[in-house]
Ligand binder design. Structure first.
Ligand code: CAA
Length: 260
């Protein structure tokens, strides 16, 4: 599949995906979704690729939301019959077991904020702005904003953002735990790629299981989560990479991973 709305590059073991509709502030239309579904499926299937970074082209936006022009004339019944937006969580988040990072440069609004929150973590540039302004359009978040934002920043801030539609700047996003770090705009991609390369240098099964474990914390009770964590830890002790990792530590040398 050739892409028109995204760019995909492999940089060593890291896949860099760039939303590429800068004139529309990288608004997320159906074509972006289908291209991203394909790109994430290829990333997941390619054994040479161990971590991904998603960012936006241009210096203004990560993504300014779902494409309002595409939605403005769409009949309501079709939103339901198409299960509009279902592919974001269903075919991107649920099927991507390898880690991926959102590098947010500029506006991450509506679906843009929601896409960033689908990533395993967010690194933001100093000029990043996050928001769920759907209320101003007479709607509400539809790609997970009301759920993921609430889990990320708590009820008060999530309510504030969804009900007033106000934007949160990068400093507030970092204080609130929405993003893992804030960096100068001209260093954003470099920092995100280095972070992805660090993850890609880890034992791959351990990386996937660490991701799965943290995600389980959002889905289950503490008791069940703690049991699942122990079981995953125990499963990892059976891998060749565990034997290598512990031997490498004792022998004071870097580990060499097999992914099994
Ligand atoms: N959809 C479609 N096009 C968009 C867009 C969007 N979400 N956001 C920006 N654009 C387009 C603009 O229409 C404009 O195109 P034209 O040059 O053809 O007119 C271009 O991008 C540049 O935008 P602006 O001229 O508006 O740029 P600005 O600097 O003045 O303002 C902004 C920037 C504050 C981000 C403003 O563009 C804005 O408010 N955008 C909409 C944000 C929004 O409401 N997002 C939520 C969408 S709904 C949603 O996402 C639902 C969901 O839960 C999934």
């Amino acid at each position: 599949m050739s892409y028109e709305t995204i760019l995909v590059e492999q940089k060593g073991a890291v896949t860099l995906i760039t939303l590429n509709r800068p004139k529309a502030l990288n608004a997320l239309n159906s074509q972006v979704l289908s291209e991203l579904i394909d790109a994430f499926a290829r990333f997941e299937a390619d054994a040479s690729q161990l971590c991904a970074v998603i960012t936006g082209s241009g210096d203004k936006a990560f993504a300014a939301g779902a494409d309002i022009k595409e939605m403005s004339d769409k009949p309501s019944a079709e939103f339901y019959s198409d299960d509009f937006f279902a592919g974001w969580t269903g075919q991107i988040v649920k099927t991507t077991r390898k880690p991926w990072i959102a590098a947010v440069n500029g506006f991450a609004l509506g679906g843009g904020c929601e896409l960033a929150m689908m990533a395993d973590f967010i690194i933001a540039s100093e000029n990043a702005k996050f928001g769920q302004p759907e209320i101003k359009l007479g709607v509400a978040p539809g790609m997970g904003g009301s759920q993921r934002l609430t889990r990320a920043v708590g009820k008060s801030k999530a309510m504030d953002m969804c009900l007033t539609g106000r934007m949160m700047d990068a400093a507030e996003a970092e204080r609130s735990g929405l993003v893992s770090q804030v960096v100068p705009a001209d260093q954003l991609l470099d920092v995100a790629m280095k972070s992805a390369q660090t993850i890609a240098s880890m034992p791959p099964l351990a990386a996937m299981m660490n991701k799965e474990m943290v995600n389980i914390a959002f889905e289950t009770t503490l008791d069940t989560g703690l049991v699942m964590e122990r079981r995953m830890f125990q499963v990892l002790t059976a891998t060749e990479d565990k034997a290598e990792g512990m031997a490498a530590f004792v022998e004071k040398r870097p580990g060499v991973w097999k992914g099994r």
